[in-house]
Design a protein around this ligand. Structure first.
Ligand code: GZL
Length: 325
């Protein structure tokens, strides 16, 4: 009897260890052997604006500087193609994948497939749905605090207008973490100002011309609008064109605020057409490769490598145009 009891206890504890080990293995990030050079995949979501181009250039420049092999793909704005792009990198046996996920949910399977294949993923610039965990399913997120960007934009507008604005919001790509979080942060920022109201909110897909078209439509529907909050400079510049086409003066009839801090955006601030732009630094390549090196050396990597972003307005935009992207 006693022997059987001991046998059962031993087998149960072995099962527990096996389960734990199995779970532990499922919860462990893929390892990355330290090498002189790596084969790095970079899955870019699209190349339709200066922000994207600057990000891609920073990754390509850093890979070239290190002599690393870069497998670069451009999903041309399609989440489905981006999943396929990541799967092709897995098939090519890259050492690590840098992923700028177009949207939060559709790219989760790609992250999980890479992990299952034992390939480390680092998220650049945008996040995926929190069902995938940093430090467990991918190594870390390198990028800005989009909620804070939205909040800072709201705070700036509240100060500028003494807490009184009828706002049209031009949202970024539907389902993307910057669009989700910049909306959340902005709503948070105006909640204590009862005279600041978002009267219309629609996606312009982070694109200048779509932003212009949407702004045109929403301005016709809301002629009382006194402010436009665009999730990026490209859409803000489109909105400025729409205002001018409607005979309105950006900066006095309607205040336009946005995010990114791209060159054309800073120039528009210097020209008095854009009021402010919260920086969202696209030059993430150097940080990405530093994280790869540190992880391969066994260093602990935080689950978020956060960018420090400035805010540009008429006090500092002009002096920063030359170095902007
Ligand atoms: C932010 C990035 C956003 C930029 C847009 O990290 O994902 O996408 O703000 C870009 O300009 O299209």
């Amino acid at each position: 009897m006693k022997r059987d009891y001991l046998m059962i206890t031993a087998s149960l504890s072995l099962a527990a260890v096996a389960y734990m080990f199995g779970t532990a293995a499922a919860d462990e990030l893929p390892k990355l052997k330290e090498k002189k050079n790596y084969k790095v995949g970079f899955s870019q979501t699209e190349s339709n604006n200066p922000w994207r181009l600057a990000e891609t250039q920073s990754v390509k420049d850093e890979a070239a500087k290190r002599g690393d092999q870069l497998v670069y793909t451009d999903a041309a704005g399609s989440a489905a193609k981006q999943v396929a792009d990541v799967n092709s990198m897995i098939a090519q046996g890259v050492d690590v994948i840098l992923l700028a996920p177009r949207e939060e949910k559709p790219l989760v399977p790609a992250v999980m497939a890479a992990k299952k294949a034992g390939i480390l993923v680092i998220l650049l610039d945008r996040r995926v749905d929190p069902v995938a965990k940093p430090g467990v399913d991918y190594l870390t997120f390198i990028g800005s605090d989009f909620v804070d960007e939205g909040k800072r934009a709201a705070d700036w507008l509240a100060k500028k207008t003494n807490g009184k604005a009828t706002i049209i919001e031009l949202q970024g790509t539907t389902g993307s973490s910057p669009a989700n979080d910049r909306h959340t942060g902005f709503v948070e920022g105006i909640k204590d100002h009862p005279d600041m109201k978002i009267v219309a909110s629609q996606t312009g897909d982070f694109a200048r011309d779509k932003g212009r078209q949407v702004a045109e439509t929403l301005l016709q529907a809301h002629p009382d609008a006194t402010a436009i909050y665009a999730h990026n400079d490209e859409m803000a510049l489109g909105a400025i064109a729409a205002l001018e086409a409607a005979g309105k003066k950006p900066g006095s009839d309607v205040i336009v605020i946005s995010i990114d801090g791209e060159k054309d955006g800073l120039q528009a601030i210097a020209d008095g057409k854009l009021a402010c732009s919260v920086e969202c630094n696209p030059r993430l390549g150097k940080k990405a490769f530093e994280v790869i090196d540190k992880y391969a050396k066994g260093e602990k990597i935080p689950t978020w490598v956060k960018s420090d972003d400035r805010l540009f307005d008429d006090s500092n935009a002009k002096e920063n145009v030359a170095t902007a992207y």
